[in-house]
Design a protein around this ligand. Sequence first.
Ligand code: SF4
Ligand code: SF4
Length: 279
Amino acid sequence: MARYGFVVDLDRCIGCYNCQIACKDEHVGNDFSPIAKPQPTFGHFWMGIKEQERVLSSARIRVYYYPHMCNQCDDAPCLKAAQGGAVYKRDDGIVIIDPDKSAGQKQLVDACPYGAIFWNEQLNIPQKCTFCAHLLDQDWQLPRCVQTCPTDCLIFGDLDDPESRISKFLTTRQGEELYPQYQTKPRVTFAGLPKPVVSGIVIKGDNQEGGFEAKVELVGASGKKRELQADGFGEFYFNDVEPGKGQLTVNLAGYATVNLEVEVGADVTALEEIVLPKK
Ligand code: SF4
Ligand code: SF4
């Protein structure tokens, strides 16, 4: 029996919304009972896309897109809140809200800490992503949203099969929980979550233009050393830096070396202009 999981690779998501449209195309107007009744056209986002803008430096902004759906939690709060066996977990790990038994059980909407359950007013039932279990049960390899993603940022498969794409992916990248504080053991994890950044701009003290081949070295809180070269505008950018006290050193031929203590925070530590005095 497969043990299904999902990884969302944020480094590949371009926010095209194809996955959301595919979910609508699959589920709106289609009754897949006993897995799921039709999804309403409006108001339900079994596949949702959250957008987050991050200012990394004065010249660099990145928009993160987070495709998100039911996490098929191994310790699912919705299952605990359900009455009369209205929510159950299949052997492959998919959590199903029984469309008949769940009638009137509006408390399930609030039970999910991720906001993954939607109330269908017309049918009087709670509904959510099913990992397209109706397709998997017909030997389809992938849910509709995964098939449709043009950048392959949705990675789905059997976590117990070392040959599956998801297992291979997880040997090279880490899958992290988006909200670890909920402690629900989600089957959906994320690669490429935003990490602490240190950025800045190097300026020549004599106001000379060009030639910003400054070497920037950052020694992190644990002593780990990293080095890069500022770009043509004097900008530099370190990603995935350990939070805590670090030491930054800037070297450029013909100019005095500058040393700075940097307090690296959990998000973006954008340094002021670093002026290099002419020797
Ligand atoms: S994400 Fe929400 S709806 Fe899905 S299994 Fe977990 S608690 Fe239930
Ligand atoms: S797995 Fe299926 S139900 Fe879930 S978001 Fe993707 S298309 Fe929708």
